[in-house]
Design a protein around this ligand. Structure first.
Ligand code: ASP
Ligand code: MG
Length: 456
């Protein structure tokens, strides 16, 4: 059985929904179809919530626009016999949404659990419409089977419970049934409050379902032809990548490719279920296939991507000895506190250590390190921490990238010659990636230059 996921642009207009209908109805047998909210709607739901919280009465006209957008779609995609029922169901949701905005306006604040309720209406409504539009469509409510738990300030999937509940939910699918599922939304395991899997999380909903059901494939239907060798807005001659390994796709996503939500890859990777990226608006295009191993005609370098908002932290080791294992203590203390680190090369690890971290965590990271190393600092063994912000990580992703030291050296040399200063270099978190840390304003130039060196 297949699991398909359609993103916001795929379900956002009458026209795009007609493609979705064709694609899903042409599947023989049953399938699970995960849908996002109508394109752009989640942003609108959030912006409108802030208006209401400020007491700005413009939220009413935004609410009216949300209502008419949904009604227009229902009017044009739902068959006459079902239209009244669908309108009623959707209106019930919209009324509840409106009551939430009224509440927020009244208390003049927007608690995060209320915002979670507000954004949940996007997927609850889109799935109601899609289920009624598709032949043999049957809606299954993910609030009942996708469960989250708290991890620091985030909600993360409770994998074990979710796995069991998904198996239970879908064990009696009808032979032709197309099970339509709202993506993104979930409930907290303990409090039962509505939560979600984070922005872009519908992909992850699809992956959790595919993994639990041992699906033959997870198809992610979006509005591009697949992963590309670089962001086509930056690199004009970027091309679609036919095939990637799970690790390569993970690295491309970590370093800025926006095709899928990075956590999506883990559950299916673990079960060795292939992912295919396909274009709803160009369904004939071959797309990008993601599997566990390399194909012999794969590109040597799969892609060049970039992540902005990086900081470089460094500190001097004045007289600590090797046994104190400063490096691993630093890594552990940061990751234990939920900071995701890019380890960078440390040419002289006994006198200076460097790490790259997301800029948003950079001040906090220094506090964490200062606490971890308080004893050493007070004894004068470590020098001051330094921090450089406004950097970007430009990553080259491909098979055994780490071993391609000649290519890395050639790129490094050529970037320097162009006057692009390399703040740090990293053989990456995995075998698959090498990274150059450069100044943020040089990101596009670096990506273009590296892309042209690699694919000439
Ligand atoms: N609607 C949610 C968002 O916009 C989830 C998703 O589309 O994947 O982030
Ligand atoms: Mg998305």
């Amino acid at each position: 059985m297949k699991v398909l996921k359609f993103g916001g642009t795929s379900v956002g207009t009458v026209e795009s929904l007609s493609h979705v209908k064709k694609i899903v109805e042409s599947i023989e047998g049953n399938a699970v179809v995960v849908v996002s909210a109508l394109g752009g709607l989640t942003d609108k739901l959030i912006a409108t919530a802030y208006l209401a919280a400020e007491g700005n009465s413009e939220w009413h006209s935004e609410m009216d626009a949300i209502i008419s957008r949904h009604m227009h779609i229902i009017e044009n995609v739902i068959s006459p016999e079902r239209k009244n029922q669908v309108k009623k169901d959707v209106n019930d949701y919209l009324d509840e949404l409106k009551r939430n905005y009224e509440g927020v306006e009244l208390i003049r604040s927007l608690p995060s659990h209320i915002l979670d309720i507000i954004v949940s209406f996007g997927e609850r409504i889109s799935s109601t419409i899609v289920a009624a539009m598709i032949k043999n469509g049957e809606r299954h409510d993910s609030l009942e089977f996708i469960k989250t738990e708290k991890w620091f300030d985030k909600n993360i999937a409770n994998r074990k419970l979710t796995d069991t509940l998904i198996k239970e939910e879908f064990k009696n699918l009808m032979p032709d049934e197309k099970a339509i599922v709202p993506g993104f939304i979930s409930r907290d395991t303990e409090t039962n409050e509505i939560t979600n899997l984070g922005r872009g999380g519908s992909d992850y909903s699809g992956a959790l379902i595919a993994a639990a059901l041992d699906a033959e494939i997870l198809e992610i239907w979006t509005d591009v032809d697949g992963f590309m060798t670089s962001d086509p807005r930056i690199v004009k001659d970027a091309i679609v990548i036919d095939h990637l390994t799970f690790t390569e796709s993970m690295e491309l996503c970590t370093f800025g490719a926006k095709v899928i939500y990075p956590p999506t890859i883990y559950p299916v990777f673990h079960k060795n279920i292939p992912i295919k990226i396909l274009n709803t608006f160009n369904p004939e295009a071959p797309g990008t296939l993601i599997t566990d191993s390399h194909h012999k005609d794969d590109l040597e370098v799969k892609g060049v991507s970039a992540l902005k908002g990086i900081s470089l932290l460094s500190f001097q080791i004045l007289k600590a000895d090797i046994s104190e294992d400063i490096y691993n203590r630093a890594l552990n203390s940061l990751s234990k506190n939920g900071v995701s680190i890019i380890p960078v090369a440390n040419p002289d690890p006994y006198s200076e250590l460097n790490f790259a971290v997301p800029e948003k965590d950079s001040i906090r990271s220094i506090d964490i390190l200062a606490e971890e190393f308080a004893p050493e600092i007070s004894k004068g063994k470590l020098g001051d921490f330094e921090r450089k912000d406004k950097l970007a990580a430009v990553a080259l992703v491909g098979e055994r990238m780490k071993t391609k030291t000649r290519l890395a050296a050639r790129i490094g040399h050529s970037l320097r010659r162009q006057g692009i200063n390399i703040e740090a270099y990293s053989p990456g978190n995995s075998d698959t990636t090498i990274i150059f840390i450069v100044h943020e304003e040089k990101t596009s130039e670096t990506v273009r230059s590296v892309h042209s060196m690699v694919y000439k």
